[in-house]
Design a binder for this molecule. Structure first.
Ligand code: NAP
Length: 305
């Protein structure tokens, strides 16, 4: 057998799984189609990962995790995962660069925030454009921010942002919010929050930092240039789970279903991190998932001997 476990995805969940599996004397390969780090690679500062030094960055933190993996003998390969096939002794992992053999697989492919798709959004990501209030709210103390979206996430995060920002404008494309009524009531009662309904963001402007947004009223067609320090986008999230369709069990929102020990519906296949159905998607919960998945991989292999 080529590998004891193949980990798909090199974000914090995959890297933590790599460290734990390799320390458990397994032969481990992490495959990743792009760079190391997953979503956190775009976070400008990490201050809520316990023990991270001041001025920790997403790339810095995950680079250290990658080094730890290598110190324990984890192999890395740049490949795109396609599918798995079950064999008598384990699995064949099919990738764009050929097949690999393994006893077990840990799926850690993560999730991605959906983008608005407007001009300036990608360019200013991490420079005032954020997809995570828990991660970045603290950087907007006393500043004015926009929250895009009208669902539960947008409303909850707008309320969370009131602890930091001085002013929050919710920008929503329809004339009524989608989120729960109780949240809507709290939003309306909060003096820091105002709303621009029937409005979409046409452009995010700024030179190395968000400075303003062009907001278009979809009813009147009128465009307004609104000065703003930050833009929080909450228009939904998309798990990277298309490759598992028909093979692994997903919930109604396409997240992989696991138990608390990270087992999927197929024995020998585990999932960890943001790809899972779970209540909090953070680096600390991703690394915890990775550790639990790896420990259960070790147990699974031991029990099969
Ligand atoms: P969501 O419910 O799908 O809401 C996405 C919001 O973004 C909607 O208001 C949608 O507008 C808007 N939107 C979508 N694409 C857009 C675009 N391109 N430009 C501008 N606006 C756009 O997503 P979510 O808020 O992330 O919630 C996902 C699920 O998790 C929901 O089922 C939600 O109930 C659940 N959730 C529950 C809780 C809780 O119970 N505490 C907390 C968070 C999330 P439209 O309204 O016009 O479609």
């Amino acid at each position: 057998m080529q590998y004891d476990t193949i980990i798909v995805g090199a974000g914090p969940a995959g890297l933590a799984a790599g460290i734990y599996a390799a320390r458990g004397a397994l032969k481990v390969l992490i495959i990743e189609k792009g760079g190391i780090g997953g979503q956190i690679a775009t976070s400008w500062e990490i201050e809520n990962y316990p023990g991270s030094p001041p001025d920790s960055t997403g790339p810095g933190l995950t680079e250290r995790m990658r080094q730890q993996c290598e110190e324990f003998g984890v192999e890395f390969a740049t490949r795109t995962y396609l599918r798995f096939e079950q064999t008598v002794s384990g699995f064949i992992v099919k990738t764009d660069a050929g097949n690999l053999e393994t006893q077990t697989i840990i799926m850690a492919t993560g999730a991605e925030p959906k983008l608005i798709g407007c001009k300036g959004e990608k360019e200013l990501r991490g420079m005032g454009v954020s997809y995570c209030a828990t991660c970045d709210a603290n950087f907007f103390k006393g500043l004015k921010v926009a929250v895009i979206g009208g669902g539960d996430t947008a409303l909850e995060e707008a309320l969370y942002l009131t602890k930091f920002a001085s002013e929050i404008i919710i920008i929503h494309r329809r004339d009524e919010l989608r989120g729960a009524k109780i949240l809507q009531q709290r939003i309306r009662e909060n003096e820091k929050i105002s709303m621009m309904l029937n409005c979409v963001v046409e452009e995010i402007k700024g030179n190395g930092q968000v400075e303003s947004i062009i907001v278009k009223n979809v009813v009147s067609g009128e465009c307004t240039d609104v000065p703003i320090d930050g833009v929080f986008v909450f228009v939904g999230q998309k798990p990277n789970s298309e490759a598992f369709v028909g093979q692994l069990e997903r919930d109604a929102r396409d997240y992989l279903i696991t138990d608390d020990e990270m087992h999927t519906n197929i024995p020998g296949i585990f999932a960890a991190g943001d790809i899972r159905r779970k209540s909090l998607r953070q680096v600390v919960t991703a690394t915890a998932d990775g550790a639990i998945a790896a420990v259960n991989v070790i147990k699974y292999i031991e029990e099969r001997k």
